[in-house]
Design a protein around this ligand. Structure first.
Ligand code: AMP
Length: 579
């Protein structure tokens, strides 16, 4: 979108949010009129009436949909699920809730995504005026190769639809530092090396640094920490390192690289300093903001990211998933804790399943959805938490996305939501349930003990160890010294204290169960530096796109567990029950 085009985007947002109710009704009417006769819906609907839809169509999960998807994947015609022909599938990352899921894609879905991307950029361009002839974006972008299903239809991550778009490809050389070949590289580390290299070569033009998620930006910085000398050498000599063998990369590099010892020395001096605080501002002096999603479980990365980009705002621009396009952030400069996404009523038909807010700030999930009435988009209540249910033009009817959101306010007549958590990521030994948010709060309390000692918790995840009775919570922590301290210097007493602090910060039920020895002592396993990188590598090797990767709050796969367990360098247990 051109800088002067953002006004039409803002105008459209005004119209959509003002007429939210009417647009939602139209969206549902259109979906039902097209699809009421499909095998999936016709048992529930004889007409396209909204009340009948609400009364008869059940709320479903991916498991309910899977038989239809599996049939289509194996060659049956897609009209069993939806009338519009399917052009392929989106592959959800599967790293937030378990296995990857396949979501049907149609021409209409592709159009909606294109519009959404334009609209979501409008508030950002309004604030930063960051697109003009002389400015570029250094965005870390990765596209996993498409997978061909037996039906011949391809499955790929949502981001590929953007990178394959003709509009994006035309804009890429003008607006971005990365050549297309580096985005489609089968080896993400080769792609990352080259994207950093091209970003450094064009460092004076870069006004925006980013990626889809904060975790990928951090991965980029860590990669830079390990490779800056080699990158500087390449810039000095004007030659791409030999281990990058891809001919497309080498061609792109030969077009832009020439020996530049002055630039290499400058970058070397910056990278050689003791502390990497503000490194992004130093390396990309014209950068005005960092654009990446920092909400939900990804907020755990923001403290570390803020250290590197001190002084630059972190902008979380969108909330969307492979299943449905949802909302955009209209206040890119707001405080991190205030980030809200305004839902766009033309993207899907949205309904909301109320979940109970507990007085201690935690939320309770109702186990029986049947008794709970779904609330329409325009009727949600400020302060209330809901689980998102979507009906889309791509064959999802009353589908539970698995995200819990809280209404923070309204923009015109469209609600704004803060992301609370993934619903299904919980730890539980017995009847106690620990959500992603509970865990995040407890880890935040405990890691504060590391700060005065000069250590930062850079990554964590968890699982329930039931190999001995009673089962207990295990936290994997990757810890880094702020200025060169080694993890071996960690004080065991403090680590034990961290275990206690976590238990004290967990909810009442956990503490009662712990006191009764139904749940065993919480354990922290400190892992070697780079262990979580190994976990990413593993997920990427299994087909997850690096851009879409979200570290799981809770480990569910045996292989992933083995990766972390084989890198443990210290184990610490809570010494006493917290009550
Ligand atoms: P995927 O379909 O693999 O792209 O993953 C989509 C999931 O990512 C959503 O259901 C959310 O759980 C998470 N997600 C997407 N956008 C945001 C956001 N802005 N804040 C927090 N979590 C998000």
């Amino acid at each position: 979108m051109a800088t002067n085009g953002y006004e039409s985007g803002l105008k459209m947002i005004e119209e959509l949010t003002t007429n939210a109710e009417q647009i939602q009704d139209e969206v549902l009417r259109e979906i039902l009129s097209r699809n009421a006769g499909t095998e999936c819906l016709r048992g529930f609907l004889s007409q396209t009436d909204k009340q009948l839809f609400k009364k008869n169509v059940p709320i479903v999960t991916y498991e309910d949909l899977r038989p239809y998807i599996d049939k289509i994947v194996n060659g049956e015609t897609s009209d069993i699920l939806l009338a519009e022909p399917i052009t392929g599938f989106f592959l959800s990352s599967g790293t937030s809730g378990g296995q990857p899921k396949l979501m049907p894609v149609t021409a209409q879905v592709a159009k909606k995504w294109e519009l959404f991307r334009c609209l979501s950029e409008s508030p950002v361009i309004k604030h930063f005026h960051d697109i003009n002839q002389a400015s570029k974006r250094m965005e870390l972008m990765f596209a996993r190769p498409e997978i061909e299903t037996p039906s011949g239809l391809k499955a790929a991550s949502v981001s590929i639809s953007k990178y394959n778009g003709s509009k994006f490809r035309t804009l890429l050389p003008k607006l971005y530092t990365s050549p297309i070949e580096t985005i489609f590289c089968p080896n993400p580390n080769h792609g990352l090396y080259c994207q950093l290299l091209f970003g450094l070569i064009q460092r004076e033009e870069v006004v925006k640094v980013g990626s889809l998620f904060a975790s990928t930006v951090l991965r980029g910085i860590k990669f830079l920490e390990n490779h800056w000398q080699e990158l500087c050498y390449d810039i000095k000599t004007g030659r791409l390192s030999d281990w990058i063998t891809d001919s497309g990369f080498r061609n792109s590099a030969s077009l832009i690289m020439k020996p530049n010892p002055e630039q290499a020395d400058l970058i070397e001096n910056i990278c050689n300093c003791k502390s990497w605080e503000r490194i992004i501002r130093k390396l990309w002096p014209e950068a005005r903001y960092i654009c990446c999603i920092c909400t939900g479980i990804i907020r755990q990365y923001t403290t570390e990211l803020e250290f590197y980009c001190r002084g630059l705002p972190l902008v979380s621009a969108v909330y969307a998933c492979s299943e449905a396009i949802c909302g955009i952030n209209l206040e890119p400069l707001c405080k991190r804790s205030d980030v809200s996404y305004t839902f766009l009523p033309n993207m899907a038909y949205f309904e909301f399943l109320p979940v109970k807010n507990e007085p201690d700030g935690s939320i309770e999930m109702k186990s029986n959805d049947e008794d709970t009435e779904l609330v329409d988009l325009v009727n949600v209540k400020a302060g209330q938490c809901y689980e998102l249910v979507v009906t889309t033009c791509a064959g999802l009817y009353r589908y539970k996305v698995g995200d819990v959101l809280m209404v923070s306010g309204f923009y015109n007549n469209a609600p704004q939501f803060q992301f609370v958590e993934r619903k299904n990521v919980i730890l539980s030994v017995d009847q106690e349930k620990t959500s992603e948010t509970d865990l995040f709060k407890a880890v935040t309390e405990a890691k504060a003990l590391l700060d005065p000692l000069g250590f930062i918790l850079t990554e964590y995840t968890s699982y329930v160890d039931t190999s001995s009775a009673p089962g207990h919570y295990v936290l994997f922590w990757e810890i880094k010294g702020k200025e060169g301290q080694h993890c071996k210097e960690l004080d065991p007493k403090i680590m034990v204290e961290c275990c206690s602090r976590m238990e004290e910060s967990l909810h009442y039920t956990y503490k009662i169960y712990r006191k009764r020895n139904i749940v065993g002592a919480l354990e922290i396993r400190v892992v070697k530096q780079g262990s979580f990188e190994a976990l990413i590598d593993y997920c990427v090797s299994k087909g997850t796109s690096l851009s879409q990767y979200k570290k799981p709050s809770c480990i569910k796969s045996e292989e992933a567990l083995k990766i972390l367990d084989s890198r443990v360098i210290g184990k610490y247990f809570s010494p006493k029950s917290p009550l």
